[in-house]
Design a protein around this ligand. Structure first.
Ligand code: PEP
Length: 258
């Protein structure tokens, strides 16, 4: 169904860039110098950039216009403590962040994150006043064995079920099929939309139909300037979480200005 059929302003689009473990402070500053003028007239969507921890402050300072929100890529659920190498929501807020990515598939696959840790982190982020960008998605094996919906249901139920409806209304959900991340293999808009529909149905069952229809679901997985338009044309796709293509100011601006 084309996007114009959707109630206007119900779900404002979001384009978010996840820089992963790329860019020093100087490189982040250079990115913003080039990027900001290219998106100066973009008023159709929210823009988020998630740099590594060491570049957070530089990005917060560079985006003082307030047009671009700065997110972290991870956090711990405790406010402080003996947790070497970790960082808390309070610290992210202190650095000027307003959002945080939680449960990215690289965190799940490489660093042992689970649906339970996603749940704890999401609760803590919300309690601190951050917007959690909660990532869900199936692996290639799971898709090929026809368990995509089961996996998404488990990730939603364990990761988010214990939220209140008011808390749920503050999250962004990112559907990121693992087989599409960094592989150049994008899901078709229809395939992504099927998954989004399933996630929205789960949200309706857990939090009611009003919450579900207001939920913004971003697609992530090899989003590029040449496929963003097709993805965003679909009424189920409310935005994109972009990895590789968000590192270059011109390509990320082309995605923002789809
Ligand atoms: C991501 O890291 O969330 C991602 C979607 O990466 P890429 O766009 O490079 O596939």
């Amino acid at each position: 169904m084309p996007r114009q059929d959707k109630a206007p302003d119900l779900r404002r689009p979001v384009i978010a860039g996840n820089w992963k473990m790329y860019k020093t402070g100087a490189e982040a500053r250079a990115f913003f110098e080039q990027f900001q003028p290219l998106v100066a007239s973009a008023s159709h969507c929210d823009i988020i950039v998630a740099p590594p921890f060491t570049a957070l402050r530089v990005c917060v300072e560079a985006s003082r216009s307030g047009k671009i929100a700065i997110a972290a890529q991870n956090m711990h659920w405790q406010p402080e403590g003996a947790f070497t190498g970790e960082i808390s929501a309070r610290m992210l807020i202190d650095a000027g962040c307003t959002a945080v990515i939680i449960g990215h598939s690289e965190r799940r696959q490489l660093f042992g994150e689970t649906d339970e840790s996603v749940h704890r982190k999401t609760k803590a982020a919300l309690a601190a006043g951050l917007t959690p960008i909660v990532c869900v998605g199936e692996t290639l094996d799971e898709r090929e064995s026809n368990t995509t919906e089961k996996v998404l249901s488990r990730q939603m139920q364990v990761g988010l079920a214990a939220l209140t409806a008011a808390e749920f209304s503050r999250i962004l959900l990112a559907y990121e099929p693992v087989w599409a991340i960094g592989t150049g293999r994008t899901a078709t808009p229809e395939l992504a939309a099927d998954a989004h529909r399933h996630l929205r149905a789960l949200a309706a069952a857990q939090f009611g139909s009003e919450s579900a229809s207001a939920l913004r679901i971003l697609y992530g997985g090899s989003v590029k300037p040449d496929n963003i338009k097709g993805l965003m044309a679909h009424e189920e796709i409310d935005g994109a979480l972009v990895g590789g293509a968000s590192l270059d100011p011109k390509s990320f601006a082309a995605i923002v200005n789809y």
